[in-house]
Design a protein around this ligand. Sequence first.
Ligand SMILES: [Zn+2]
Length: 485
Amino acid sequence: MPLLIIAIIVFSPLLVALLRTLVLKVNLKPQKSPLQAERIENALAKSAGKTLAKAVSFKTVSYPNYNQTDIKAFDDLANHLKDSYPLMHSKLEKIEIGYSNLVFKWEGENRELKPALFLAHQDVVPANEDGWIYPPFDSTIRDGFVWGRGSFDLKGQMIAICETVETLLSQNFKPKRSYYIAFGCDEEVRGKFGAKLICAYFLENEITFEYVLDEGGVVGKNFLPGLKENVAVIGVAEKGDLNIKIKCTKEGGHSSAPKNPTPIATLGKALYNLEKRKMRAHICKPIKEMLHTLGLYAPFPLAFVFLNLWLTKPLINLVFSKNSTLNPLIRTTVAATMAKGSEASNVIDPTASAILNVRLLPSQSSQEVLLWAKKRINDDSVTVEPLSDTRRSRISPTDTPSFNFIKSSVEAVFENPIVVPYVMIGGTDAIWYEQVSDCVYRFSPTLMSGEELKRIHNANERLSIENLKRAIEFYLTLIKREVFV
Ligand SMILES: [Zn+2]
C-alpha cells in the first residue's frame, strides 16, 4: 500500500500536467489576423533601399564622450532626409530639441485621441573595416541587401518610418490620431542628449502617448526546434544596466616579499565568486507569457514543459541557466569587464579595482544587487560602489488595445507568426519614454534568422530590401488600419 501511495504522489502531478497540455493544445485556435496588411510595390522598396544606402554613408557614430561626435555627419544625414522626404519636411511640424535630434509632429483629425510615438535612432556604433566584405560606410547594395553599419540598427527602421509618412502624405491621407516621430542622436550611448531631452520636452508640455513603438524584437525564423511557425517577439520591458566598482585595499609593497593574497588576487576571488554564484532565477510575467504561448504551438515535450511551469520551473531554470542566450531572460547577470592593478610588474599596488557590468531584471533594484554583491564577497578589504545606473524599466501590459493592435498588424504583415512578449536584454531609447506612456513596445518589423541577427553591431551588418519593404508595410498598416481608440 505505501508503494501505491508513493506512486500516486509522484505520478498525479505528471498526469494533471499531461491532461492540461492536451486540453490546452486541443482548444488552440489557428492564429489569424483580423486586419488586412497594406502592401507596396517592389519599386518603392527599391527606391527606399537607395535612400537607406546613402543614409548609411554618413558616419553618425555616437561616443560616450560627446565631444568626439562628428556633428557634420548628423547634419548631412538630416539634409539627406530633407531632400528625400520633402512632403514630410514641409507638412509636419518640426520640433527643435537639443542638437542633432529629429522630432516631428503629424497632426491627426481627432484631437480627442491620444497621440502615438514612433522612435528610431540616427546614431550607429563604430566600425573599422576588418572582416567587412564591403566597407561599412560605402552605400553598397548587393544581392538584395543594403550593406553597412547602421543598415539594420537602426537607419533601416528610420527610413521605413519616413517612407511611410511620405507615401501617405503623397496620397493626401490624414491620420486619425496625431503621430510624433523622434529620431534620437545617441541611443547607442544611452540617449543622454537624445531620448532624455526629447522625453523632457514631452513631460514639460504634458504630452502623453497611447503607445510608443521603438526598435526591439523581430520576427524570427527557426525559433524553436520542431516549431514550424515564425515567432515575432515584442519587447515589453528591457533589462537595466548598472556598473559597479569593486575595490580591494590592502598592504602594498615590493613583489619580492609579498603578503599573499595580494589586492589583485583578493579582488580576483571576489569577482570569481560573483560570477560563479549567480543571482536567483526569476521567470517574470512577460517570459511566463512567452513560454505559455510558445507551449501552445510547440511539439509535445516542449509543450509539456512550457505549459506547466507550476511543475517544470526547476527544469526551465536548470536548462536556461546553462545557456548563455537564455540565462539572461531569467536572471540579473553580472560580468567583470574592466580591471586595474599596479602600473609595474614588481610593485604590489595597495589597491586593485574592477568594473562589474550588471544587467538587471525589471523586477530587481540596484540596491538589491549591491547588497547581494557585498554578502557574496564577504570580505572587509573589498568595497562595492555603484557607478552609472539606468532607469529601472517597467513592464508594459499586453492586454491593452495598443498591444493587440500592434500584434494584429504584425500577424497581417508577416503572415501569421506566433506573437509573444519578451524582455529585451539590451538597452534602448524606449526606457526614457516609459515616463510618458504606459504602453511602450519594442519591435523592429523584419523577418530574420539567428545567423542574420549576429551581424548587428558586428561586421557585415545588412538589411534586405525585402525586409525594408515589410517594415514600410508594417508602419503603413499601423497608421492606415488603425481601428482602436
Ligand atoms: Zn539600435
